[in-house]
Ligand binder design. Structure first.
Ligand code: XIL
Length: 370
């Protein structure tokens, strides 16, 4: 009798182990490495796009809102906050046990005009802008205190050559707007992780200034927990080596790195890898070569590129908190319209029919050896 119980127990344990093994999800494969996340658009957040929602639940352990938590949506008019979409997004994350990221508090894009001007259309004083920043950050961060686990506090404030972007925040407040934003966020939720997020953060000039910025914050007693390295990358640029150098440099200054906004465009790029959303380039047929699908050689190149990046991330898994894809399926990717409107791109891990691409299995395989 006793033997029967032991045998049954063993059979059950082995089959549940196999069931777990055969789950084949990114979430499971990376669970002891770092969070693996995705951005969610509105149709996913409100549940209309059921197929993507199923993919998100199965595959990802972290989420970020692609748009609905940007200031132009959260506070379209001064003092009039709109939280419906963001509430749903955070609710979804909690229900599914996900590491929820808030994107983004202070950014020069997708920010409403009222933020910077008075009733006559003139720039507000530094005191007024500080007050508006404080009110925005405090209201938003407090609402999701303890629920949103990490915030992109400031997004894209530094240029490739290391100078500060001449945004309205900078014009009115100078460099000080960054420490102020971090201080307001820290006061509103002392336990949330706070990040500085940017694109092209492998450019040596940018690396230098971002590291200096971290030092300045720390010397003022202000916390910064991580650097978000956006990864809107192409087939050729940046090199893995450049990316690695920057990652290591950031972590040597005492923070974790988040690989944010990852997608690998398969299309020719008119200028490299800028991701400044207001930059646009006119449509040109030559720049949209794969309307009916990727040729085999480009497909192989694209897969290799994803694998090279993930090999790098796995090599430095102790330094990485999270890797987040910028969307689920190819047809939803902003890359179809950026920087050239109306192209057909293939940057993500799921295809236009919501099918998992073969690359996913290959990325999962990489976790078995690293
Ligand atoms: C993009 C979204 O994907 C688009 O839907 C929107 O129209 C513009 O913004 N850097 C960022 C992201 O930090 O918020 C941007 O997202 C892409 C570049």
């Amino acid at each position: 009798m006793k033997r029967f119980y032991i045998l049954t127990f063993l059979t059950l344990s082995i089959s549940s182990f196999n069931a777990q093994k055969s789950d084949n999800s990114l979430k499971q494969a990376f669970q002891n490495k770092f969070y693996i996340g995705t951005a969610m658009n509105l149709e996913q957040i409100n549940g209309k796009d059921k197929k993507s929602v199923d993919i998100i639940k199965k595959q990802f352990s972290s989420i970020v809102a692609e748009n609905c938590m940007k200031s132009m949506y959260l506070q379209p008019q001064e003092g009039k906050f709109f939280f419906d979409d963001a509430d749903q997004f955070v609710g979804f994350g909690e229900k599914n046990n996900m590491f929820i990221i808030g994107h983004t508090l202070i950014w020069h894009s997708q920010v409403p005009n009222w933020f910077f001007i008075d009733k006559d259309g003139k720039n507000v004083s530094s005191e007024v802008l500080k007050q508006r920043m404080k009110n925005h950050i405090t209201t938003v961060v407090s609402r999701y205190k303890g629920r949103v686990k990490g915030w992109d506090v400031v997004n894209e404030a530094i240029m490739e050559d290391g100078s500060y972007r001449k945004s309205k925040f900078y014009e009115i407040l100078g460099e000080e707007f960054i420490p102020l934003a971090f201080r307001y966020a820290q006061e509103a939720d002392p336990n949330a992780e706070l990040y500085y997020n940017d694109y092209n953060e492998w450019h040596p000039g940018k690396v230098k200034t971002v590291i200096q910025l971290m030092k300045d914050l720390k010397s003022k007693g202000i916390r910064i927990d991580g650097i978000g390295m956006q990864a809107h990358v192409g087939l050729d640029t940046p090199s893995i080596d450049e990316y690695e150098k920057a990652m290591v440099a950031y972590t040597e200054s005492g923070v974790k790195v988040n690989i944010t906004e990852l997608e690998i465009s398969a299309l020719p790029s008119p200028w490299g890898t800028s991701a400044n959303v207001s930059d646009k380039v006119a449509y040109d047929e030559k720049m949209n070569p794969y309307k009916k699908g990727l040729p085999k050689d480009v497909q192989a190149q694209w897969e290799n590129r994803y694998q090279d990046f993930f090999k790098l991330f796995l090599k430095h898994q102790d330094k990485i908190r999270r890797v987040t894809l910028w969307g689920v399926t190819d047809n939803q990717s902003w890359k179809n319209d950026f920087p050239i409107k109306g192209r057909t791109d293939y940057p993500l891990l799921f295809d236009r029919q919501f099918k998992v691409k073969p690359i996913v299995e290959k990325l999962i395989k990489l976790t078995e050896t690293k």
